[in-house]
Write a protein that binds this ligand. Structure first.
Ligand code: CMP
Length: 142
């Protein structure tokens, strides 16, 4: 089925000037960018977005990193978009990411891991709504 998923190009990848390289991977895989913007998260925004990880030991470092510089947030649309994007990204830890994936090619550590992608359809809906209003999303089904 055609799905939408939520994606972030994290501060490390923006700093490396690989926004376009990462967008090209999405497009080459048939995922369409239907909403996109650059933002610099406040501490409160980062804490809210990652609220499910609040009790994890890595939470403070995660919030620190995600507020360290601008990010790109985007909505990707396509067949099985949630799983397709997870395959393009590779494993969370770049040391474990398969060759040719975004994390293998662009990430430096489990914290500075280049990209985020929704892990399921329900989280995709929640994460999209966290950053985009309905009128900021441009369906491209043709
Ligand atoms: P992301 O998909 O953005 O979701 C939470 C982030 O926490 C994750 O990517 C990693 O960058 C970061 N993180 C740091 N340590 C861990 C860990 N041990 N397990 C999972 N995520 C971690």
């Amino acid at each position: 089925a055609i799905e939408r998923t939520f994606s972030i190009v994290k501060p490390d990848a923006v700093a490396k000037n690989v926004i376009g390289a990462i967008y090209s991977r999405f497009e080459a895989a048939g995922l369409k960018i239907v909403a996109s913007k650059m933002v610099h998260l406040s501490k409160e925004q980062a804490e809210g977005f990652y609220a499910e990880h609040k009790e994890r030991p890595f939470f403070p470092a995660l919030v620190e990193f995600m507020t360290s510089g601008p990010i790109m947030v985007q909505v990707l649309e396509g067949e099985n978009a949630v799983l397709a994007n997870r395959e393009i990204m590779g494993a969370t830890n770049p040391a474990e990411a398969a060759r040719g994936t975004l994390r293998s090619d662009f990430a430096d550590s489990i914290d500075a891991n280049a990209v985020h992608g929704s892990d399921a359809l329900a989280s995709a809906e929640r994460e999209i709504a966290y950053f985009f209003t309905a009128d900021e999303i441009c369906p491209r089904t043709r």
